[in-house]
Design a protein around this ligand. Structure first.
Ligand code: RIB
Ligand code: CA
Length: 312
């Protein structure tokens, strides 16, 4: 039985690969809808990019919604320095022709969770948590109906990528992250600690290109563009495919290993704003609220990605 999910996303080249993986895996995943959020680039671009990705995958029927255009209380911080001006820099991309849904993404999340049987819908945030937290604030009754939240965000041993202490998705909207991490919903967290081990390299990028398909070519060109930031900064061999870790977990959880710990969000100090404070060694008696991932079988991860994207 495929898992029903809502993807909440700020495409972003790595978001794009995650969405392609989900849409290529109907036996495992039923994408009820995709909600764009402001993050890597402003909302007008993230919703456009989400539609481009759906068309590229051949799934024009997927419903794409625009959600929140700014964080709950902070000013929007974007990441054009990583993803380029459009958010999907690398290949030339035509404007999308499929429609954007009229309904606001937050209303779609609320309505879907109220309609579907309780504990049958998983939320998969791949960007700042603004839409998810806003839905929880506007309709607290949906919180207990969410099956699970599997998100990309945070960092502990790997420390921050946008500030010394914080990972981008959490940093952009720390108040939203605080609401989600305190909600009591079962959380699976893919922090930089694990996504920085899901690195592209020449062989892996060429395997996408060798698929000989438009999606395969796009993924290779996106990762070629996206990797320069991390290679310069970390001296790494390639780009971390952060967001596809969320979808790969739904398909094959055995790819990942982590620990069920307490994770809380810094929302007071500007110095450490947005830090995910993970009690990895259990030094407090704060309740464990998240399965915080630390390792991935990268060979099997990329084999799954290449195989599934090769279907599109
Ligand atoms: O820090 C990495 C995260 O920020 C990824 O989701 C990437 O797409 C950006 O949103
Ligand atoms: Ca993202």
């Amino acid at each position: 039985m495929p898992r029903k999910i809502i993807i909440d996303t700020d495409p972003g080249q790595d978001d794009a690969v995650a969405i392609l993986l989900a849409l290529a895996s109907p036996e495992d995943i039923d994408v009820l809808g995709i909600c764009a959020v402001a993050g890597n680039v402003p909302l007008a671009l993230t919703e456009r990019n989400a539609r481009i990705i759906c068309e590229l995958s051949g799934h024009r029927e997927t419903r794409v919604f625009a959600g929140c255009e700014k964080p709950i209380s902070r000013n929007l911080v974007t990441a054009e320095h990583v993803h380029g001006k459009t958010g999907l820099d690398g290949p030339q991309l035509a404007d999308p022709t499929m429609p954007l849904q009229e309904q606001h993404g937050v209303d779609f999340i609320i309505e879907t969770l109220r309609r579907e049987p309780a504990h049958t819908v998983t939320l998969c945030p791949l960007g700042p948590l603004t839409n998810i937290a806003t839905a929880m604030q506007r309709a607290p009754d949906i919180i207990d109906r969410i099956q699970q939240i599997v998100l990309m965000g945070g960092a502990y041993f790997e420390v921050g990528n946008i500030t010394p202490a914080a990972e981008f998705n959490i940093y952009v909207d720390p108040q939203a992250a605080d609401i989600v991490f305190k909600s009591g919903v079962p959380l699976v967290v893919m922090p930089l600690d694990v996504t920085h081990k899901a690195l592209t390299n020449r062989k892996r990028v060429e395997a996408f290109r060798a698929l000989g398909t438009e999606p395969g070519r796009m993924v290779a060109e996106w990762t070629d563009f996206f990797e320069r930031f991390d290679m310069q900064k970390y001296g790494s061999e390639g780009a971390p495919l952060h967001d596809p870790c969320v979808i790969a977990y739904l398909i094959d959880p055995s790819l990942f290993e982590g620990r069920h710990v307490n994770v809380e969000i810094e929302t007071q100090s500007e110095l450490t704003m947005g830090m995910t404070v993970a009690d990895w060694w259990g030094v407090t008696n704060r309740p464990a609220n998240a399965l915080f991932m630390g390792s991935v079988d990268a060979e099997r991860f990329f084999a799954l990605l290449t195989d599934r994207i090769g279907r599109l």
